[in-house]
Design a protein around this ligand. Sequence first.
Ligand SMILES: Nc1ncnc2c1ncn2[C@@H]1O[C@H](COP(=O)(O)OP(=O)(O)OP(=O)(O)O)[C@@H](O)[C@H]1O
Ligand SMILES: [Mg+2]
Length: 445
Amino acid sequence: MRKKFRILVVDDELSIRISLGDLLRCDGYQVEVAESAESALEMLKTQSFDLLMVDIKMPGMDGLEMLKRVKGDDPDTTVVMMTAYGSIDSAVQAMKLGAIDYVIKPFDPMKIGAFVKRIFKNELMRREHRLLKHQVQVCCGYGPMIGQSPAMLKLFELVEDVSSTDSVVLITGESGTGKEVLARTIHEKSSRSNGLFVGVNFGAFTESLLESELFGYEKGAFTGANTSKKGLLEIASGGTFFLDEVGNASPKLQIDLLRVLQERKFRKIGGLRDEEVDFRVLAATNRDLEKAIEEGNFRQDLYYRLNVVQVHIPPLRERREDIPALARHFLEVLRARLNKKTSLISPEAMQYLVAYDWPGNVRELENAIERALVVGKQKRIMPEDLPIVLQEPSGEPIDESLDLREKDYIAKKLAQYEWNISRTAQALKIDRGTLYAKIKRYELS
Ligand SMILES: Nc1ncnc2c1ncn2[C@@H]1O[C@H](COP(=O)(O)OP(=O)(O)OP(=O)(O)O)[C@@H](O)[C@H]1O
Ligand SMILES: [Mg+2]
């Protein structure tokens, strides 16, 4: 079920607070009331609302002044003014200040429900539009993948080339770097996008469960097999088969996979004949397979079958330029899902995000933004909303030369200000010429 819309009614008149409040609650909204603009502003510091309904004429701060402040703080707030008969002028003024509509008091209880419903319908469309616009505007990426660092741009180019082929692709990278999104992206861009994308995680299940899932079984193949079952290999036919965490496959499963890859055939458990498969194979691993081969934990022949084209996704700390765009992307997607008003990341918080080393990579960043949205009490994400580990200085090796540190520091600042040279120079307290010289000297790009 969708979260209830939250409405704040601001009116000095008790009867309005009660009647309007009851009316809207009956319609299923969550309603809070405030008796003055001052106390409403106080509430807005810690709570967010989907709609404010504000009386124009109130003792102390009036509704127009409150509207100005609210809009100054967050232009996205939806405000409807309430005004008594005969003061339409101020209602018109309110619209100019950004209120989206007004109601005239005394209002018809029958009509107010429909009015508020219409407001929310428009509001939802506006939000959806904003989200769509955001998705379209993701200039800096490839399909659903965000990235603008030189490393990622190079990777997107390679992916574009392999997408149109049917080659096996081995995707490597640390945990959380985006191996699975990349595999899905390749599938979506390929000629098999009409077929299914079937992923199997070789790290997550026992060998026997994996076997029955992969191959399926005939009725009566073993105790408990009361019916026959299709395996994932069969289901993936026509589409893409994604071997996730393939480095964790047991020796037995490695032989099974090898046979499937070599002969493009498999046999159901308890089955009597081989069945052909026709799918594109993608694989991912966060383990060093060559090392696993040396240690005798991974079959070399299987490795050769999988390692036709290798795509390596670098860890996030090696492409800090991607952090601001990723952070904003997750903010945009998650705020819609969590129905939160938080729409910005403060520059201080962004500084922490860019500086942190992200051992859990993009997934950890995504979680950090989600956490900040949940715990944050303000319209923008602040440093204190971020996990505590981000706020501790990262242990930099002491024997690093000064030059390297300067290079690293400048790279971080450039990423933080998204390569805006003037602002970066300002932040570094050097002039633009010096910054250009350093960029050239350290070969930053
Ligand atoms: N470049 C990117 N753009 C947008 N979202 C991304 C990107 N990279 C990763 N993500 C998101 O980060 C999360 C982790 O990605 P994913 O599951 O693909 O990582 P993984 O490398 O498969 O991790 P693991 O090794 O732990 O399985 C997902 O929610 C994914 O959508
Ligand atoms: Mg994964």
